[in-house]
Design a protein around this ligand. Structure first.
Ligand code: IP8
Length: 255
């Protein structure tokens, strides 16, 4: 497979692109600013987005999380998926308006054959098309489960070994504990990661910030730098896109 140059994988957190306090509400201005910042950065990009007040809202109603579970009222499964497709439409409209050529790939395409996915991604990226993924609801052995955008991000990092992975979150970075006291941790290394995870108490249907840190740690072990930046701050986002340390929280790739 040919070289594709500098590649960045970006996860738009659901709490950034949507307003989690109100069901089905989009933060369209923020989404627009993220797309605009991406459009001025000269790199290949893969986008992943979370569920926020769309998918998470319905997943919570259905009592679903990342573990396989039987759902009595399967209409709820359909509503989760519908809401994620709606949110994805907003995301690709915004990316499209900024000339990023988005192309959504749903899990059904790749879950069975990762080699096919890799070939497709190289083909799209080499032709200036930006692949887009989203957290989703999937059938499993007995019932359904939520596949988080964070898990998809890890898988994409394994497959593509990007220059860096950026998580756009709703705050300035990772705090030492979930009550957000103390200064932001600028460099999160393996020596403190366990301690920081233990102090994060906030959970959502896909595991909240603690699970995100665990996944970021796994990504860093692939040799990929991981950034957590405030998605509401375009300058921070741009710095992370450039790979500048000292913005948000960075977990350097283990090389
Ligand atoms: O926001 C969850 O994805 P996440 C997607 O990346 C659904 O955890 C359907 C709740």
């Amino acid at each position: 497979m040919g070289r594709i140059g500098e590649l960045v994988i970006i996860k738009f957190g659901g709490s950034v692109i949507t307003d989690k306090s109100r069901p089905l509400s989009l933060n369209s201005g923020v989404l627009d600013s993220l797309s605009k910042t991406l459009s001025i950065h000269n790199s290949k990009k893969v986008i992943v987005h979370g569920g926020g007040s769309f998918g998470h809202y319905y997943a919570k109603l259905a009592g679903l999380n990342t573990k396989c579970k039987i759902v009595e009222d399967t209409n709820q499964v359909s509503l989760i998926r519908k809401s994620m497709l709606e949110l994805n439409m907003h995301v690709i409209n915004s990316l499209s308006l900024h000339g990023l050529n988005p192309y959504t790939i749903t899990p059904f395409f790749w879950s069975k054959n990762l080699n096919n996915l890799k070939t497709l991604l190289y083909k799209l990226l080499s032709q200036n098309i930006c692949p887009v993924f989203f957290g989703d609801v999937l059938p499993c052995t007995r019932g359904f489960k939520i596949l988080s955008g964070d898990d998809i991000s890890y898988l994409l990092c394994r497959l593509l070994k990007p220059s860096r992975m950026i998580f756009c979150i709703g705050v300035d970075g990772i705090f030492p504990s979930s009550n957000m006291d103390g200064p932001i941790i600028r460099e999160l290394d393996y020596k403190v990661v366990r301690k920081v995870i233990a102090k994060q108490s906030f959970l959502d249907v896909t595991g909240g910030i603690a699970r995100k840190i665990k996944i970021a740690y796994k990504i860093s072990k692939l040799g990929v730098d991981v950034f957590f930046v405030n998605g509401f701050k375009p300058h921070d986002f741009l710095k992370a896109l450039n790979g500048e340390y000292g913005v948000g929280t960075c977990m350097r790739g283990v090389r």
